[in-house]
Design a protein around this ligand. Structure first.
Ligand SMILES: [Zn+2]
Length: 129
């Protein structure tokens, strides 16, 4: 079931609910008055894990003095991740996709190399003492 949240108070909303259980506003699932969020639209890229080269698309929720609060999914909008502002980059779909593709290729190559090495390992015979 796709997750949905109220655009006003970020409370999780069950399918077909007519009012928000959090703030009580009338809910609209489609059209111009739509006030139920069903997907996160990222506007930045974040670098969360030290030592990795993984970027994640995220939505900036709040900017503080040195930190930024961001969400990588709908649920996190009400409980955002805090990270240093210098780890937040402008959203760039093509750079993000290129990095993702290269990371995937690297994973595939590493797996392939691991398999080849393993093949040689299985050919080893015990030393006869
Ligand atoms: Zn609400």
């Amino acid at each position: 079931m796709p997750e949905q949240i109220c655009a006003q108070c970020y409370t999780s909303v069950a399918d077909q609910s007519t009012t928000c259980p959090g703030c009580g506003q009338k809910l609209f699932y489609t059209g111009n008055d739509k006030n139920v969020l069903d997907k996160l639209i990222p506007n930045c890229l974040i670098y969360r894990y030290e030592g990795s080269d993984m970027l994640e698309p995220a939505l900036l929720v709040k900017a503080c003095k040195t930190n930024a609060k961001v969400a990588t999914n709908l649920r996190e909008i009400s409980h955002p991740i805090t990270l240093s502002k210098d780890r937040v980059y402008s959203f760039d779909k093509s750079i993000f996709q290129s990095i993702q593709e290269l990371r995937q290729q690297r994973t595939n190559i590493v797996q392939d190399f691991d398999q080849q090495i393993q093949t040689y390992w299985t050919k080893l015979t015990p030393y006869v003492f």
